[in-house]
Design a protein around this ligand. Structure first.
Ligand code: 8YV
Length: 323
């Protein structure tokens, strides 16, 4: 039997690449360099499946091909706002993602960043490393207490719920939630969470706000200057979702003028480029998109893509079909 031809757009964990090579006629990206739009257009004509990641911007121009060979885009990652949905639909492509397997690690990182910004971890590390620490004193690098505070969660999907679990059961935080659709009472009850009707209702009551909603056009600049103004002056904003959800210029101003307490960002609009104004803000923790960056999660994401491919090529509806 002829094996389907599969293009893997970045290096993946070794164990997953080995499995891909065994099951498919797979082409790996040995140099691990992001593909260009032209490479993609070309790939749609030559491969049965393309396996993109968040670094692949699949804009309408990429899909300008009359007779694609590709039938499935099996995305490595849960977010897929980098794939232009109407274009993929128009070409009749199936799109899958990798939910569940990265929820815990992404929530771990969000909690880590919340703690880091509240407790001034970056300032402390820098001081010790640069040998500027001159000893303990009562007023030294004083941060903000986390335990018992109110955490607002925007987007109460799998990752949002994992974040709530850590914050509520680990740190005794009160959980308030904004979500597009109603959350079942028994799901809210697991973390003693309260759902509020609008983002504007949520923000003024929170000491911390953590974003867990999808990116893309619908949520672009969901957190804008108006909404940053609704936050308490000492509240912290955490983003492990997508960069475009925050108006970064407005955030830089809020941090600069200290109208909020601080922020922690794992994702950036147009990453890996980072808005230079953000680089000037001291009350900001920044990470290079590490949400799912554990060996366990990255391998599980790869094997989840393999599950989706087997479903598809064996004629079953893929378990994680999103388009
Ligand atoms: C992934 C993520 O590492 O899964 C997602 O949506 O944001 C990350 O944790 C990345 O997207 C891989 O494509």
């Amino acid at each position: 039997m002829i094996k389907p031809r599969v293009l893997v757009t970045r290096r993946w964990p070794e164990a997953v690449e080995a499995q891909l090579m065994a099951q498919y006629d797979a082409v790996l990206n040995e140099k691990d360099r992001p593909l260009s739009e032209a490479d993609f257009r070309d790939a749609l004509g030559r491969f049965d499946a393309v396996l993109p990641t968040v670094t692949d911007k699949l804009s309408p121009a990429v899909f300008e091909t009359k007779s694609p060979r590709t039938k499935i885009l099996a995305n490595y990652g849960v977010g897929y706002s980098h794939i232009h949905e109407p274009s993929a639909k128009q070409l009749g492509l199936t799109v899958t993602n990798t939910p569940d397997v990265l929820s815990e690690c992404t929530a771990d990182l969000a909690m880590m960043m919340l703690l880091m910004v509240a407790r001034r971890a970056i300032d402390g590390d820098r001081e010790v490393r640069e040998q500027h620490w001159d000893g303990w004193r009562p007023t030294h690098l004083v941060g903000t207490k986390v335990s018992g505070k109110t955490l607002g969660i925007i987007g109460y999907g799998r990752i949002g719920q994992e974040m709530a679990k850590r914050a509520h059961h680990g740190f005794g935080m009160d959980i308030a939630v904004y979500n597009r659709s109603p959350i079942a009472p028994e799901v809210l009850a697991q973390n003693n969470a309260t759902q509020v009707a609008t983002v504007d209702d949520l923000l003024p009551r929170c000491d911390f706000v953590s974003l867990h909603c999808p990116g893309g056009a619908a949520n672009r600049h969901l957190i804008n200057a108006h909404r940053l103004n609704l936050m308490k002056p000492d509240a912290f904003l955490i983003n492990t979702a997508r960069g475009e959800v925050i108006d970064e210029q407005a955030l830089a101003q809020a941090l600069w003028f200290e109208t909020i307490g601080g922020a922690a960002l794992d994702v950036f609009d147009g990453e890996p480029r980072v808005n230079p104004d953000l680089l000037k803000c001291s009350n900001l923790v920044m990470m290079p998109h590490l949400g799912s960056a554990t060996r366990e999660a990255r391998e599980a994401m790869g094997f989840r893509v393999l599950d989706n491919l087997s479903d598809f090529f064996d004629g079953r509806p893929p378990r994680d079909q999103v388009i």
